[in-house]
Design a protein around this ligand. Structure first.
Ligand code: ZN
Length: 494
């Protein structure tokens, strides 16, 4: 910043301070005579009193969340505590209606704030039970304008009713219902959110569907009840913090496998169109066993339930690590074993790397995909013998000209967050770190990372700092070579 810009900023800051002081004085006087609540603040053009008693002018919340790759994702000015979603979907008419209550805490005095919300139309909107107005671009940004500004530090509720025909990429129509999933974004197609992993929240989800269909979502099942209208409501509760893209719903006809295995609860669903007892069902039913193995590598399983869903959706090219209940397309299981449980190991590894510890920036996707792919190597070593070292050596032999080396997994670019290099070179990077710091420190590092970061987010820089602390080694060269160059790194230790 130039010296003259510096001076201008100083002048502006002083001017704001004068206004704030003046508003504070007026607000102070009005506080004595004025009505309780925020009524006086509106009259003053949006000043409100913060928890410290300082008067700060209410300002719009940031319509973006500060992501370096996806600046439109997420919003500023508040922090969601929980989502209570009541959804109703009719496969016959393809209409989705929702009643969402979002409970959030204002992190600044807010004159207005944004949700990420797509194309469904809003029929009612209230903030703290008072009618609010809104501006909606019908793509991703919904601006909520409360009747009175929100005081910094206060918890508030937003109630929103909406309806429409979902048309986005995350909303998949199936023969019997719908499957809603997607990364890095999917929430905007079915509920209003602060759509960035750094604002995680608890979820209570109710899905009402015609009787005869099952609706599956994240977390612990709360059973179902049949309403007088012949529709059935399924309840789901995800009390551990969850990133918005990890919420899902699967509506259809499923075979359900439920129980407890070695102390870990599970709920697994397989689309009825898939053969009973077939490879997909066999593989996904091994989820508790795979989770138990991964717990020996990464530390305790981070949630109170596990499971998975095999859907009949030919167009789905990926599985996704939805929290507590990944979704798998049947195509992943056609090869039989070991590929079948390998994908289960991948998605369940994400429960630690991605779900419990989420990316603080989408740029740092290596923390998800590198480790989930590495977990496949660990599982395959345990399940059928090929060692992680052999996998590394085999993959490392890939010529420098091959696609797997580029882009750099630590900063692949917004268009390439799911490039093969993020997965394959990403897994090699994890193993290169293991070779450099040794097995004992490596597994201690994984366990310490997942326990200290549990329920929050992490960055590669923080992971590197922890690795350096625990190993006592300076690892900058290794991280640079493996994560940030476009070239094939030297073999570790050479
Ligand atoms: Zn993955």
């Amino acid at each position: 910043m130039s010296p003259s810009r510096n001076r201008n900023v100083l002048v502006a800051v002083l001017a704001v301070m004068v206004v704030v002081l003046a508003l504070g004085a007026v607000a102070g006087i009005r506080l004595i005579a004025g009505p309780p609540g925020g009524g006086f603040a509106r009259a003053l053009g949006g000043a409100s009193t913060g928890p410290s008693g300082d008067s700060v002018p209410a300002a719009p919340g940031d319509p973006g969340g500060g992501d370096l790759y996806f600046p439109g994702y997420g919003n500023g000015g508040y922090d969601v505590e929980r989502y209570d979603l009541k959804l109703r979907y009719d496969p016959a008419t393809d209409r989705l209606s929702g009643v969402a209550r979002v409970t959030a805490k204002a992190t600044q005095a807010l004159s207005r704030f944004n949700f990420d919300f797509g194309r469904l139309s809003i029929s009612s909107l209230k903030v703290d039970n008072a009618d609010a107005t809104s501006e909606h671009d019908n793509k991703t940004e919904l601006t909520v304008i409360p009747a009175a500004p929100l005081v910094a530090g206060r918890t508030f509720t937003v109630d929103m009713a909406y309806t429409g025909t979902p048309i986005g990429e995350a909303f998949n129509h199936t023969a019997t219902g719908a499957i809603v999933l997607g990364e890095p974004e999917s929430a905007t197609e079915w509920y209003p959110s602060n759509d960035h992993p750094k604002d995680k929240a608890a979820y209570e989800i109710e899905i009402t569907v015609p009787d005869g269909l099952t609706a599956v979502s994240n977390g612990v099942p709360g059973g179902s009840t049949l309403g007088g209208d012949g529709w059935r409501t399924w309840k789901w509760s995800q009390s551990a913090p969850m990133a918005s893209y990890l919420a899902m719903m699967a509506i259809g006809k499923f075979r359900i496998f439920e129980g407890t295995s070695d102390g870990l609860r599970y709920y697994t669903a397989v689309d009825e169109a898939q053969p009973a007892g077939g490879v997909a069902e066999q593989c996904v039913r091994r989820s508790p066993e795979v989770a138990a193995f991964l717990a020996t590598q990464f530390g305790p399983y981070p949630f109170d339930i596990t499971g998975g869903i095999v859907v009949s959706l030919g167009t789905l090219g990926f599985a996704l690590e939805n929290q507590t209940r990944p979704i798998y397309p049947p195509s992943f299981f056609t090869a039989g074993e070991p590929a079948g449980t390998s994908i289960v190991a991948h998605e369940l590894a994400h429960q630690w790397f991605g779900d419990s510890v989420s990316v603080g920036q989408w740029r740092d996707i290596w923390l998800n995909e590198g480790f989930a792919t590495y977990a496949q190597w660990l599982w395959e070593e345990k399940d059928d013998g090929i060692t992680a070292q052999a996998q590394f050596d085999r993959t490392y032999a890939t010529p420098e000209t091959d696609e797997i080396w580029r882009p750099a997994p630590g900063d692949p670019g917004a268009d390439d967050v799911f490039a093969e290099s993020v997965y394959v070179r990403g897994a090699m990077s994890v193993h290169a770190l293991r070779m450099t710091i040794g097995d004992d420190v490596f597994f201690k590092l994984l366990k310490e990372w997942t326990s200290t970061k549990k329920g929050s987010t992490g960055l590669i820089t923080e992971f590197q700092a922890l690795a350096e602390k625990l190993s006592g080694k300076e690892l900058d060269t290794l991280f640079q070579q493996w994560l940030y160059t476009q070239t094939k790194p030297p073999y570790p230790g050479r």
